[in-house]
Design a protein. Sequence first.
Length: 343
Amino acid sequence: MELEQQFLSLLGIVEGLQRRVYQLEEENKLLIRGQKQLLEWSEQNHQANMHFQDNIIYELQDVLEHPKEGFYPKILAGELAIDEIVTHGKSLARFGDGEFAAMEGRVRHRFQLEVEEELSQKLQEVLQSEEENLLIGIADNYGSLEKYTEQAKREIRCYLNPFVRKEHLALLKPEKIYYDAYVTRPYVMYQDNQTDAPKKRFENLKRIWEGRDCIFVEGCFTGLGVGNDLFDNAKSIQRILGPAENAFSRYKELLESCKCQNKDVLFLLALGPTATILASDLCKLGYQAVDIGHIDLEYEWFLKGEGCRTLIERKYNNEMEIEQDLSPIEDPIYLNQIIATLI
């Protein structure tokens, strides 16, 4: 009886194994069939991509020659803006995502947390300006992004969605010549940031203040040139300090302080959307003013050589997510350069 029970037990095990083998065979057939389908799909997709690559240039050419709506703004290279600034004494007002957002009544960056109707209106007036000596800078984001890093491409595509693009084009003019606002951002965004190209771009930018008496109009935690040699080739430097955030609240006082200065000085502005407006107003008054924005942070990142944005101690950065605990700059040379504090 015991042997019979063992035999029956073994027989049950064998039958169970046979059922399991059958199930595995069926599952294997399904996997093979699925794999064949995936391979077929992959091949079809590959062929479709090849056909897409072969034909896309003609499709895009047709879209460019016969656009259904919108347009590509005419944006000249930043190097040409520098030439105009150096050779012909032109001023520069730049528009980035923060300025466009402010014109639509939205807040995008910490340096301007309050969007006022006057700020929005003045920005629109500057953008539409036909002042002969004022260059208008907008970001070169609307067409090919080939020159940028993959990270920069992702950020631009995420920001410049069809809704935002439509907002921009409603404010821009098809016939107007703009200049690349990224002229003062020569490092982080570019895919050649690990070559000597950024160094050449910075050297070209330094031509703007070479041998000039400069007045920086900046936020109280900006510290243009503090701790680096970016402006060492300037003849002299003085500073007018405004608020680190919501500087437009002191705009009238900032403008009046600038108007007290000699007409042959060069104003270098780093004050968010307020700098955009100030560059225009100073230009109309016969001064030369260049909105240089984040140039100092870009130079600090360039000196670090990491190819990305990093926190720079002691300097305000509205683009970093990390909260900064900033203290007043105590550098004695910096303090001696301050001629007005409006914070």
